[in-house]
Ligand binder design. Structure first.
Ligand code: B1M
Length: 231
């Protein structure tokens, strides 16, 4: 790994916003691949933060500061992760579920989906079941993406799916779930359509599901389409 990437990972660990911004720029100038800058610089730095937090070597404020620095770095990297001239793939409504404030992974998902040709409506963090359903009603996305980082907030995933069902919008949208505590088995159990362990494979999974379900690229909605009652 290049010295610049090590410096970048170090700046994330220190929560050094100007340092992160400078090293992302320097890495880009040195010709590093944006995907490697994301993975080997920013994500590697955040993994160390996670490990140190788990071992009680650092505390919440430091973690929060590191996450902020990581997000500032992502903002710079964002345009470079969007390939030029990619084909439109469809629309995604995305958010971190109710009660959960973690957004770093969700932001990476957002960036990589946009980079792959999706229009992403990012609802942010702590998104209630009702807000997700309203966004599905208003934007008619092919994909609804739910992110959760806490075991405690996993329950908001099935309740979002149930709220979607009750409102009559479930059949019209592919529900994808992800985040560190989420597993393939959990996704199946709660009736989600897809799961991916990381943002890159989530993009591939979404394309596969859209292809399989005959959605996206103007092909129309899944059979049954959107019904939809008022919330
Ligand atoms: Co929190 N936190 N945190 N935290 N935090 C974790 C998640 C934890 C594992 C740390 C630990 O104890 N070891 C633990 C959860 C334990 C559990 O429930 N299993 C934890 C805890 C306990 C808490 C608090 C409860 C702490 C407290 O208050 N005592 C609290 C909860 C607040 C709340 O949400 N209500 C809390 C708070 C915070 C901060 C605010 C300080 C900060 C978040 C700031 C922010 O996000 N802006 C924070 C952070 C940063 C972390 C760790 C250190 C790092 C998370 C991260 O950004 N990872 C985390 C420890 C860890 O993960 N090792 C931890 C990097 C990111 C790139 O990975 O988010 O996994 P990740 O995303 C990946 C994949 O999961 C996947 O793709 C992404 C990129 O490839 N993915 C998807 C994510 N969403 C997807 C959706 C998809 C598909 C893939 O489809 C739709």
């Amino acid at each position: 790994m290049g010295d610049e990437l090590i410096r970048l990972a170090g700046a994330v660990q220190r929560g050094d916003v100007p340092g992160v911004q400078e090293w992302v720029r320097r890495c880009l100038e040195s010709g590093f691949n944006p995907g490697d800058i994301l993975q080997d610089g920013l994500v590697t730095g955040m993994s160390v933060v996670g490990r140190r937090f788990k071992n009680d070597e650092i505390f919440l404020p430091e973690v929060m500061i590191a996450a902020r620095a990581m997000n500032r770095g992502l903002e710079i990297l964002d345009p470079y992760l969007r390939g030029g001239g990619v084909q439109y793939q469809g629309k995604m409504v995305l958010g971190t579920v109710r009660g959960d404030l973690h957004d770093v992974g969700k932001n990476i998902v957002s960036i990589l989906f946009r980079g792959a040709g999706f229009e992403v409506i990012d609802l942010g963090i702590d998104v209630s079941e009702e807000r997700f359903v309203e966004a599905v009603r208003d934007h008619r996305p092919e994909i609804l993406g739910l992110s959760a980082l806490l075991t405690m907030t996993l329950g908001a995933m099935p309740s979002t799916i149930q709220t979607l069902e009750r409102a009559g919008y479930r059949d019209g949208v592919i529900v994808m779930v992800g985040g560190a505590p989420v597993t393939e088995g959990f996704a199946r159990e709660i009736g989600a359509d897809g799961y991916a362990p990381d943002a890159g494979s989530a993009v591939e999974k979404a394309k596969e599901l859209i292809g399989r379900m005959g959605k996206g690229k103007g092909e129309g909605r899944r059979e049954g389409g959107y019904g939809g009652d008022d919330l």
